[in-house]
Design a binder for this molecule. Structure first.
Ligand code: ADP
Ligand code: MG
Length: 334
């Protein structure tokens, strides 16, 4: 069973929300927000624009990009270029297009950077644990070992518009990075039609650009998803949160989260969340997944090494930020 419990990252809007265009006091800028279902989650897009037609066009173009990226990179859709790559005969180049190649190349880079904690070749393990359907049982040790042997980013070759897999049974899963890429592209598309600012929120990933200052992001407690543990200022840029409290399979009464440690083949334990702030949503998305796999110590050490990247790990009641993160712990009252 797979269920989705909470929105992991929420933004505190500077004004009232709703799918209506409204004038901001003392300004000619209008804002407009819409929420739609896309990429297996809810997406909210808010725009600041000089007039209503530009605002609506920006929101529509953003959703069109999200739908397009999903159609390119979903492994649930058997017709996506990524699914065609996963089905192709061994060693055969598959034309998957420039967008998929860009994300594949970034995923390979992230895999190297994280020592394999983030690995786009994780799909054989995802399937073994039945995160894509079927009756879940604990995998046998031999099956785990066989699936782990197929998680090898060195066997993925990527060129500008085509890719190939070097061994039978290998398969790519961009679920840990595609939402971030989709947000980066959607924001660029909004700007290109004249948006002056925007906030895009896609299932735990958030991107903020341009006018509409004063935003902060609230991080929720992984053990009590209704409670905020801290708020982080986000004037511009991206933030992503990964945690094992969002999608599960239940096996023999126990919940197993959907983020897998490619080094062991097992799901990362629950009760921890990783939030990463970066200028691009692609990086925030993939790094949040990686930090969750690496755990607090190695994960935060990785973030400290990266320029212009900050983050916070919440584990067992501890809030562990990177040294450059400005945080405010919310006043929970008496
Ligand atoms: P969400 O998709 O809920 O936003 P993440 O960004 O953390 O959460 O991505 C989790 C997804 O990434 C999983 O559903 C799976 O498709 C894929 N995945 C799982 N483990 C890994 C991993 N170690 N490296 C890369 N991708 C992973
Ligand atoms: Mg991710």
């Amino acid at each position: 069973m797979i269920r989705r419990l909470v929105v992991l990252v929420a933004v505190t809007w500077p004004a009232a929300s709703g799918a209506v265009a409204a004038a901001l006091p003392g300004d000619q800028t209008i804002q407009h927000e819409e929420v739609r279902q896309v990429m297996g989650t809810l997406a909210a897009v808010r725009v600041w624009a000089d007039n209503v037609p530009v605002g609506r066009a920006a929101v529509d173009t953003a959703f069109a990009v999200l739908v397009e990226v999903d159609s390119l990179m979903s492994t649930w859709n058997g017709n996506s270029p990524l699914s065609r790559l996963n089905r192709a005969p061994v060693d055969q180049w598959v034309p998957v297009g420039p967008d998929v190649c860009r994300v594949l190349a970034a995923a390979v880079e992230l895999s190297r950077l994280t020592g394999g904690a983030f690995d786009p070749m994780v799909l054989p393990l995802v399937r073994l644990w039945r995160f894509q359907g079927g009756k879940a049982t604990l995998p046998a040790a031999a099956d785990l070992a066989a699936a782990r042997a197929l998680v090898d980013v060195g066997a993925l070759a990527v060129e500008a518009t085509r890719a190939r897999l070097r061994r039978a049974g290998m398969a790519v899963d961009l679920g840990g990075i595609a939402k971030g890429y989709a947000l980066d592209r959607a924001a660029a598309a909004m700007r290109s039609v004249g948006a002056r600012g925007g906030v895009l929120d896609l299932g735990g990933n958030l991107l903020v650009f341009g006018v509409g200052a004063g935003r902060e992001v609230a991080v929720v407690d992984p053990r009590h998803p209704g409670q905020l543990v801290l708020t982080v200022p986000l004037p511009a840029g991206a933030v992503a949160t990964s945690g094992q409290y969002e999608r599960f399979v239940t096996i023999e009464g126990r919940d197993y989260g959907h983020i897998l440690d490619p080094r062991t083949g097992w799901p990362v334990p629950a009760g921890c969340s990783a939030t990463v702030i970066a200028s691009e949503a692609l990086w925030a998305d993939a790094l949040a997944t990686a930090v969750l796999v690496l755990g607090p110590e190695a994960g935060l050490a990785l973030l400290e090494r990266l320029p212009d990247v900050e983050g916070v790990v919440v584990v067992g009641g501890d809030i562990l930020p990177t040294s450059g993160l400005m945080t405010t712990v919310p006043d929970q009252g008496p």
